[in-house]
Design a protein around this ligand. Sequence first.
Ligand SMILES: *[C@@H]1O[C@H](CO)[C@@H](O)[C@H](O)[C@H]1NC(C)=O
Ligand SMILES: *[C@@H]1O[C@H](CO)[C@@H](O)[C@H](O)[C@H]1NC(C)=O
Length: 541
Amino acid sequence: MRSFIIPGLLALVASSALADVVYNVIGYPDTEKGAFGVVINNKLTPLTTTEATFPLWSANVVGANPSSGYRYAKLDDAGGIVDKEKFLRRIATVKARNTPNEFYQRENTFATFPALPQVYPSVRPKTSKAFDDTQIATIHLTADPATVADMLANPLDTERKAIKAGFRFINADTVYSAAEVKLKVSGHGSRKFKKLSLRIKFDDDKGETFFDRPVIKLRSQSSEPTFIREKLYIDSLNAIGARTTQAAWVRVYVNNKPFGFHLLVEDIETPFVRGTFHDGSAEPKKLGSLYQMGSHVVGEEGTMIYNGSLTANYNPEVYSNKNLGDNPKDEPIAQFAAFMKDLAEYDPTLAGGLKFWNTRLDVNQFLKSMVLEYLAGAWDGSWWKGNNFFMYFNPTQARWQFIPTDFDSTFSDGSLADVAVPYKQFAASRLRRKGKDHPLVSKLILKNKEINKEFETILKSTVQNVFNNAVLDPRIAAYEKFIEAEAAWDFSLNRSKNPGKDPKYTISTFHESLTGPVTGITYGVKPWINYRAADVPKQIK
Ligand SMILES: *[C@@H]1O[C@H](CO)[C@@H](O)[C@H](O)[C@H]1NC(C)=O
Ligand SMILES: *[C@@H]1O[C@H](CO)[C@@H](O)[C@H](O)[C@H]1NC(C)=O
């Protein structure tokens, strides 16, 4: 066959390969008038930003060749190159007419992780752009500098009013801005560290719902060097079909200064309840009552031991009502106290325990949450500390649902003597601590045969199918690679002005705490999983 070469056609093909391409990079210049640029075939094109998009820098390069590699460069006040990316970027397809929003010096914008098996059906809420965990979004906060400095200098002041801040979230394909959010320091134990957690509340009356997640926290994860423990815990809950907050890692800047590498999660408030426990439905119009249990302030724990029918019988630092539901205004604990009374009067030796409790409590959600608390050694959780959990009365189901939250102090980050024991001992130890029995654990999981069997079934299945090294190690390895540079960046930040502790983690402790002990944490994440996965089958006949 003859082939024709037609010069005109060739020229057409060549010219159609040239196109206008918009390049987009996220970055903070070193100086006030500094900027960013893109270098294509040694030619520098400056990028610009706007009030509405900063720190995103963009330019349409006319006649660019989409198959040419490119690098971003940081520019000084005069437009000269301060530094330039060492690696060459390429546009995903020659048809693309814009790059994603790429972060300066971060080579891979997206990551893929080995999937975890879905051991029990998924109950994850509808996906939200806020929690795309395959990329690291940038959160850009602005607020009056003196007010921010004062807030950060006084993190233990839990009564302090939230401050007003501007908010921007930028990921690969999204810029979300809110002119005014409410910003404050969040957490209990984490307030004692130099690196702080933040809470952000959007004004959803003004339609600012941040992808249906209008109350969020930026968790500092100050007490552990891998940043992975909490994310892995949430992944595991998702894999076994337990309802929980979703999470994604983000980079945070406050007033153009690095603040830290944080885990973005939803705060447990009514929008979370609607999204996660009612699948985002508008029904029921009126949500049920919601309680938060905390054990940090007064040494008492949220044990759910019945202490009387009146709200006054419950220490508000330990039991707090977060949504009134059907309670009388002046007795916000009434409904929950009735549940605790049922629990106090319950005889676990009676037959029909599962049926009895299923009409009062979503036993499955509770048991799955407890399985993970046990497996991950959640030292600061509900089972061991009467802490970090909520109870929600779901009016649609007319029963209670357990809500686990805040999964720091897991995977051996906490006192090992307490958690590195067989599960029956873990439950029975609560009975031995005077006034600190946790009847929901000791009566249901330990003493009721039927519910115990159900617990063991879930425990065993979770270990066999997801909570083991064969399944979790590849995901941990992918996370380690994905966030290594982010961890190094976080550890390099100078927080000496803030009060509080600095555990002085380094990129070495980041890696080491995945595979072995580091100061203050006895097991690495992987050896802890290995220990539990090997030990559980020995405990269950
Ligand atoms: C139970 O009641 C006692 C006596 O009123 C009170 O001191 C205690 O704080 C209460 N316990 C809890 C956990 O609320
Ligand atoms: C950290 O910042 C403080 C001032 O806030 C400064 O005195 C100190 O030298 C800095 N440390 C390092 C290691 O740069």
